[in-house]
Design a protein. Structure first.
Length: 394
């Protein structure tokens, strides 16, 4: 049974990725120089999907303005989930826009084309779900499979006994919307795994075993891992230059700069003399890297400015971040506070959210998170969580 429509669930905020998601949804955060959602849509288009339906919600204008009415000549329909009441509720909003079977997946995970292709090939009208081996099933929905049929689905189990997870790629016919109506809400939310359990009660749900790239960015440091994986797999948009170095045609790299792959340099970016960039670095569109700058395992979004003599290691910088000369982000490992939890031994030097301004000679303690529009004064020593719009002085 052919599927030509892909429904992408892209309405959530991504609260655990704050402060980066205060101004845009998780799906629009950078991954190897491009929004996460672009990588997702590339996979769908490459697999032959002829119509895209994006369920949007939080900061939906950021998605709609970026993609417009189509992506790579495939038309896009937008559906607004006005309140984020769960992934099942998000899919329900797309019911009026569907006609026939659909492929459903999350817009905030980068996956291999093979995963989608396996689900499309394995769909025969029976509800189908991709499952794959994963080393940490306790972070996701763990599954058990009996002769190709889903037998158990447990969200974030306490036990390590499970070895496979729900990969978040589904194929349904239109009866899924009836199942959604019959699925009880929990704490006011309707989650897609609960809908799957309703479908299991109705009959079989096929478990399509698959493998390939599957990367989820849950916390800020995961964006660095995601970028590393994309670079390692060659998932960038520019022709390869050499030695895993990709440079956009409009970028300007001084002959005396050193690019140590894997590295990607976006359109209109500029890298000055004696800069050492890489390995595992993504330089965003229109970014400027000054002379004698060192960047390692770092993700710079569009319009960033890094002043001469700065060193950034294990760093994530949002859009329009300005970093003064001689700034030092020494890198992890570090203990990082996210909300009320402290995550120990994470490879994160610092996160600088959108439009942060850093004066020259500043130093960041590993694990520092700086909120959007904050100002860090010259020569300051910065640590912990800096709120949005704060001013940090010596």
């Amino acid at each position: 049974m052919d599927i030509t429509t892909g429904i992408v669930l892209a309405a959530g905020e991504g609260t655990r990725l704050r402060p980066l998601t205060f101004n845009r949804p998780k799906t629009m955060l950078p991954a190897a120089g491009r929004p996460i959602l672009e990588h997702v849509l590339d996979v769908l288009v490459d697999c032959g999907i002829e119509r895209l339906c994006l369920v949007v919600g939080y900061q939906r204008e950021r998605v709609q303005e970026h993609f417009g009415p189509s992506y790579r000549d495939v038309p896009i329909t937008y559906v607004h989930q006005t309140k984020q009441l769960g992934s099942g509720h998000a899919l329900q909003q797309a019911a009026p826009e569907t006609d026939g079977p659909v492929l459903v997946l999350n817009g905030d995970r980068v996956i291999d084309e093979r995963i989608v292709a396996d689900v499309l090939e394995g769909f025969d009208g029976t509800p189908a779900m991709a499952v794959l081996d994963h080393p940490t099933p306790t972070r996701y929905g763990a599954v058990e499979v009996d002769d190709g049929t889903l037998s158990t689905l447990v969200e974030k189990p306490d036990s390590d006994a499970f070895g496979r997870i729900n990969a978040g790629v589904y194929a349904f016919d239109e009866s899924v919307f009836d199942a959604i109506e019959r699925t009880p809400r929990r704490n006011g939310e309707l989650q897609l795994p609960d809908v799957i359990e309703t479908l299991m009660d109705d009959g079989d749900v096929r478990a399509v075993s698959t493998d390939g790239l599957w990367v989820d960015a849950t916390y800020p440091w995961d964006l660095l891992y995601l970028t590393r994986e994309l670079l390692a797999n060659g998932r960038v948009q520019f022709p390869e230059r050499s030695h895993n170095v990709w440079v956009a045609d409009s970028a300007r790299v001084h002959p005396d700069a050193t690019l140590q792959g894997p590295v990607v340099v976006g359109p209109d970016a500029e890298i000055a003399a004696s800069a050492v960039v890489g390995p595992d670095v993504a330089v965003g569109r229109n970014a400027t890297i000054g002379g004698n700058v060192t960047l390692q395992n770092t993700l710079l979004d569009s319009d960033c400015r890094v002043g001469p003599g700065s060193t950034l290691v294990d760093c994530v910088a949002g859009q329009s971040v300005s970093i003064g000369p001689g700034t030092v982000v020494p890198g992890g490992p570090s203990d990082v506070r996210v909300g009320d939890r402290v995550f120990e031994n994470q490879g994160l030097g610092a996160v600088l959210a959108d439009r942060v301004s850093v004066g020259g000679g500043a130093t960041f303690v590993p694990g520092t998170l700086v909120g959007a529009d904050a100002t860090v004064g010259t020569g300051t020593h910065v640590s912990g969580w800096i709120r949005n719009g704060a001013e940090v002085v010596r």
